[in-house]
Write a protein that binds this ligand. Sequence first.
Ligand code: F0G
Length: 497
Amino acid sequence: MSASHQLRCTNCGVKIATEAVRSDFRCPECNGLYEVIYPWSPGAGPWSAGAGKANVPASSAANPSTRPSSHTSSEVRLPNPGGMRHLWQERRTSTMAVDQSGVWRFRELLPIVRDVDRVVTLREGNTPLYEMPRSAELAGVDWLLAKHQGMNPTGSFKDTGMTAALSVAVERGFQWVACASTGNTSASMAAYAARAGLRSIVFIPEGKIAWGKLSQAMDYGALTVQLKTDFDGCLKLLTKLVRRFPIYLLNSVNPYRLEGQKTPAMELLEQMEWQAPEHLVVPGGNLGNSSALGKGLLEMKHLGLVQRVPKVSVIQAEGANPLYRWFGDANREMKPVKAETRATAIRIGNPASWKKASRVIEETGGWCEQVSEQEIALAKAEIGAEGMGCEPASAVTLAGLKKLVAAGRVTREERVVLVLTGHALKDPQYTIDYHRGELLTPAEIAGATELERARHAALRKPPLVLEADEAVVLRALEARMAVADKAGTQATPGSFK
Ligand code: F0G
């Protein structure tokens, strides 16, 4: 048994050796999902021989990053917060790939591989934390930041999880890896598999994937299978296939994915000098990301790296809102939905990690909110107008924040961080359709408030098509510039059809 970590079922609590896990990563007792636990994890309980020795630096004067635990067995060493902070900071100047990775830089908190020098990394993580003054004003808060996970090597937060789980696949000797995906997981998996020299298969819903993502999977050499079903159907089928072939499953049911995806929480807190914001707002699809960030935050609190954690709120699209419905259901029954939203990344009706995510929301005191297609489109344009942009699924965060503020759940002076999960270039068709006025239906536009309609009108920038004639171009520019000057901002009012 690997001494550094074990797997614990998040449903029935049974603990197993890492090697004993089934290929579909489900508990044979109750079908629950596993989480990775370490000797120092909250509630880890008794540990087998050797616990705390592998991969976790030993406590010594030369290495101050561990300390004896005061409240677990005397053998177990809790990583030392001060020592770790120092070490993580120091690694920023290192020339080693593993130190330059924004995931493996925090490796004391994810000792999941035996030889850290063999991890598969594209120097993921290290993503910027941007101030969003204009969006803050629109949402009604004084201070708003965006942790832009779209600035990862393949353009989404999936890279932080993929480096972790794919490195485990390599260590276990797998030749083939696979995932079901709405697009970003497949792009990320294909890239990391290519780096490692593994072969990859992606299952994606036919016709419901943004071109940027599909093209990436093909470019990185994955075998791409488009199935005539939705994401939920793809995952169901793949779960059956991995029981019959030696294929390593890289969906977020794989608990090692979440170990990597928890590290942006550490990076964020480090960027904020270990002062937790009051709120963290995350999009919700299959609900792996919110589960992972919550795990990271609660571990940091347990280890004393922070005194308190932000409230984690999850935002879903109205047409793909099973968790939102679950919170509103008096019987607390999870009822999968037939998902439909233009934010294709989160077009998921039967989220695998809903139990983990609902616990994170409850333990941190956050909320689950839903937003309409019109609200998503507006928020995406507003984030674009800040000069950073994101893909539609990421924009649900700003749209959801507006609702949380309106409901009095977030107050003006509280500090909020939005997690922007994907890059604007992932789904250019959505953006072009929006600016040409071809995205929203008349019914969706009719559902908007007057203020929202005015904001759409100011933000939409359809391209001008002109004769290549100096006088014609000058006249058109003069007219546009006069309108913009009158508005006093970058915004160009126009008709909103
Ligand atoms: N944002 C983006 C850009 C995504 O690609 C996803 C999920 C989410 C948010 C939701 O994250 O599933 O962890 O709750 N994309 C997956 C995929 C499902 O296949 O790429 P989640």
